[in-house]
Write a protein that binds this ligand. Structure first.
Ligand SMILES: Nc1ncnc2c1ncn2[C@@H]1O[C@H](COP(=O)(O)OP(=O)(O)O)[C@@H](O)[C@H]1O
Ligand SMILES: [Mg+2]
Length: 244
């Protein structure tokens, strides 16, 4: 059987197992994380989208964790390929769905680590196994931190958030990274901005890196415009690139 047909058959099998919430392999990964005492149990769902499910979980000390699960399916595969190919860190990855989704979860884990090292506030990555990423939970017993889009900010706080986010973009850039999906949806407001959802972040060598940076800056400038902050994308781009 040629490779393409093999791949199609595999996709069909995956679709079949997805009639439940998670496929068997994901269940197995979760139960392994439990027997290894990284997670005690999944507590409640925080968010579910096309590309991921995020849960609040507890560790064995009763501390909150965030668990992000990437479904292994075809709909997200193409999008993921765009950000894996061209990133020199992932040149030698196999190109089937499972490998790409696993790589994606690992890429998010590594990006979180690199960003934190660069001084960007992100959830602390704790463990990655196959398509499951375990990280620090941002929030408290009352619930997860709000997304920036839902946060209530007075003018002064908005200004502080804006400046901090630009500092984070600069810090990423110095660390050779561009977030690529930065917006009020992927920043949590928890006593300052917390950058999340970093799976797609690529190194500056990537052929999309510059477009991704501009898009990030446009999103941020547009959002803070609504809070009365007037800045030009071109001016910030200049500052980011000249590290000023
Ligand atoms: N570490 C975390 N702590 C608390 N909430 C989180 C955490 N990570 C993600 N979330 C919540 O889950 C949602 C989806 O997570 P995100 O990483 O943005 O995935 P997606 O790729 O599906 O957008 C976020 O908007 C946020 O509300
Ligand atoms: Mg998101």
């Amino acid at each position: 059987m040629d490779e393409l047909r093999k791949e199609e058959r595999r996709e069909k099998e995956i679709d079949k197992t997805e009639s439940g919430v998670f496929d068997k392999r994901t269940m197995l990964t979760l139960s392994k994380l439990m027997s290894d005492k990284i997670i005690d149990y999944l507590d409640f769902p925080i968010a579910s989208g096309k590309e991921s499910f995020v849960f609040c979980a507890k560790d064995t000390d009763g501390k909150n964790l965030a668990v992000k699960i990437y479904p292994i399916n075809t709909s997200i595969f193409k999008n993921m390929m765009r950000y894996v190919e061209g990133d020199p860190r992932y040149e030698h990855v196999k190109r089937d769905i499972k490998s790409i989704v696993f790589t994606w979860a690992r890429k998010e884990f590594v990006n979180l680590k690199e960003m934190r090292k660069a001084g960007v506030r992100t959830p602390e990555p704790i463990e990655v196994r196959n398509n499951v990423l375990v990280m620090e939970y941002i929030g408290d017993e009352k619930g997860p931190a709000p997304m920036l889009k839902d946060a209530v900010l007075d003018r002064e706080t908005a200004e502080e958030y804006f400046m901090q986010i630009i500092e984070y973009i600069k810090a990423m850039y110095r660390a050779n990274l561009v977030h690529g999906d930065l917006s009020e949806y992927n920043i949590l407001a928890w006593n300052g901005p917390v950058v999340i959802d970093v799976g797609q972040a690529v190194t500056l060598e990537h052929h999309y890196a510059n477009d991704m940076l501009i898009r990030d800056l446009r999103n941020i400038v547009k959002f803070f415009n609504k809070h009365g902050i007037r800045e030009r994308v071109e001016d910030i781009e200049q500052k980011v690139k000249s590290n000023d």
